[in-house]
Design a protein around this ligand. Structure first.
Ligand SMILES: *Cc1c(COP(=O)(O)O)cnc(C)c1O
Length: 435
């Protein structure tokens, strides 16, 4: 399978190149040249298959020509080594828990698959692959833990001092081995600027093989389709045939993967995009005008994106057909006060603690059912474990959070981070003298 840039469909590149470069030179996004259909018979019999079976079947469609099946099977088994169960709140509402991976957030699906794909391709090349990432919290943890112990790779993570939660910091800084953490005395934007400068520095690029593990990498999108099919398999086991997925959305990678799964043949009635105050897409679907604006800080901070980078992909997937998008995707938006009330309500009604992103999805799924009653199941995607967001959950609810297995393991390990000012020369010096 070849991949084109959304800015120039005539130019094609292979999977390896699309993975290592993340972004085409023309600043579009890579998309598969055709959307493969999952075999209808496989979908019909999907209740017979495990999450890993489904993952392999999908992965083969995209990379079957580039990676032999036996190697791909190992990559899938190693990357997707945790479950994504549905927790039913009531008979018509389920929470698809995507936080059972090592960083306790759904980004583990993308980061773990990408890391193993990169490891596989760089093994043949025999040069250490240096992954640079700037993080405001969740992405860094998934990338750090995703690449931990992957041979042939090394990760350097820059994070803003004092601006990530305790669990997030532990996930970034206690790994050692092939993971290096740098605590920047500055903001997330400072971290991102340092990383960008390194990518544009020819001297650094001559000596190190840099890659970005960016969230818009095509190898992060593909594995996110796995859990939509897996959710459908679980529903079918319960005798449920019709589903509406509600996705808490920021950069629109998660819902983008759902829409890709839909195009691959997954039966879905509707998608609901649930957002915080960063409502560029809801405004677009209402007005037909795409007007991005600077991001606003909210309690559901992993969704604080004013100009969602994956939206271009979704437009491409639907040939820029506004009415098709309006037909399939419904949107609801919530402010911080409503988000906190949502967290409280889920706990009071169902004794279930949800992270603020999940609470926004819950509110949107409920509003959607109010507006469009029916016999379908609402499945809301739970993107992170609540333990990662202590400041965004009322204290009387947070006290009921059960730390996931593995969390104590971070507590017992020592923080290993280098402190640095937000100065490019210092950062460059560090990179060049610690090869
Ligand atoms: C990244 C993230 C989101 C947003 O997902 P997108 O793919 O960017 O839309 C939502 N919730 C959590 C917890 C996240 O980490």
């Amino acid at each position: 399978m070849k991949f084109y840039s959304t800015n120039n469909k005539a130019l094609r590149t292979d999977f390896k190149n699309a993975v290592f470069h993340s972004l085409p030179a023309d600043k579009g996004l890579y998309m598969p040249e055709e959307i493969p259909k999952l075999d209808p018979l496989f979908i019909k019999n999907i209740t017979q298959y495990s999450l890993q079976d489904i993952a392999l079947e999908i992965a083969k469609l995209y990379v079957g020509e580039d990676i032999p099946e036996a190697a791909l099977k190992d990559i899938v088994a190693d990357a997707i080594n945790f479950d994504a169960p549905i927790h039913f709140l009531d008979s018509e509402t389920g929470v698809l828990e995507l936080f059972h991976g090592p960083s306790f957030a759904f980004k583990d699906f993308g980061a773990r698959f990408m890391s193993r794909i990169m490891g596989y391709f760089s093994k043949a090349d025999d040069q250490l692959l240096d992954v640079l990432v700037a993080t405001s919290g969740d992405t860094g943890g998934a990338v750090a833990l995703g690449f931990l112990d992957v041979p042939g790779t090394r990760v350097t993570i820059l994070y803003p001092k004092g601006k990530v939660s305790k669990v997030q910091e532990q996930q970034l800084t206690t790994n050692g081995k092939n993971i290096r953490a740098i605590e920047i005395d500055g903001t997330f934007d400072d971290c991102q600027a340092l990383v960008k400068q390194a990518f544009n520095d020819s001297e650094v690029n001559q000596q190190l093989r840099l890659t970005s593990a960016n969230s818009i990498n095509i190898s992060r999108l593909i594995p996110q389709t796995f859990y939509y099919f897996w959710a459908y398999a679980q529903l079918r086991l319960q005798g449920i045939k019709e589903v509406v997925f509600t996705v808490p959305s920021g950069n629109y990678g998660n819902i983008g993967a759902g829409l890709l799964a839909y195009k691959m043949g997954l039966p879905v009635k509707n998608f609901v995009a649930a957002t915080n105050a960063n409502d560029t897409v809801p405004r677009f679907l209402n007005s037909g005008k795409y007007e991005p604006k600077p991001s606003v800080q909210t309690l559901a901070n992993a969704m604080d994106v004013g100009n969602p980078s994956n939206w271009v992909r979704i437009q491409d997937l639907f040939d820029h057909d506004l009415s098709a998008l309006q037909h399939l995707i419904r949107t609801y938006t919530y402010n911080d006060e409503e988000t906190l009330k949502g967290v409280q309500e889920i706990y009071d009604k169902y004794a279930y603690v949800a992270c603020p992103h999940t609470a926004i999805a819950y509110l949107a799924a409920k509003a959607h059912r109010g507006e469009y009653p029916g016999t379908y199941a609402s499945v809301l995607l739970s993107t992170a474990h609540p333990c990662k967001f202590p400041d965004a959950i009322p204290a009387d609810v947070f006290q009921h959070v059960q730390l996931p297995v593995g969390a104590e393991h971070f507590d017992s390990k020592e923080k290993q981070a280098i402190s640095m000012s937000a100065n490019y020369d210092t950062f460059k010096q560090y990179l060049m003298s610690n090869k």
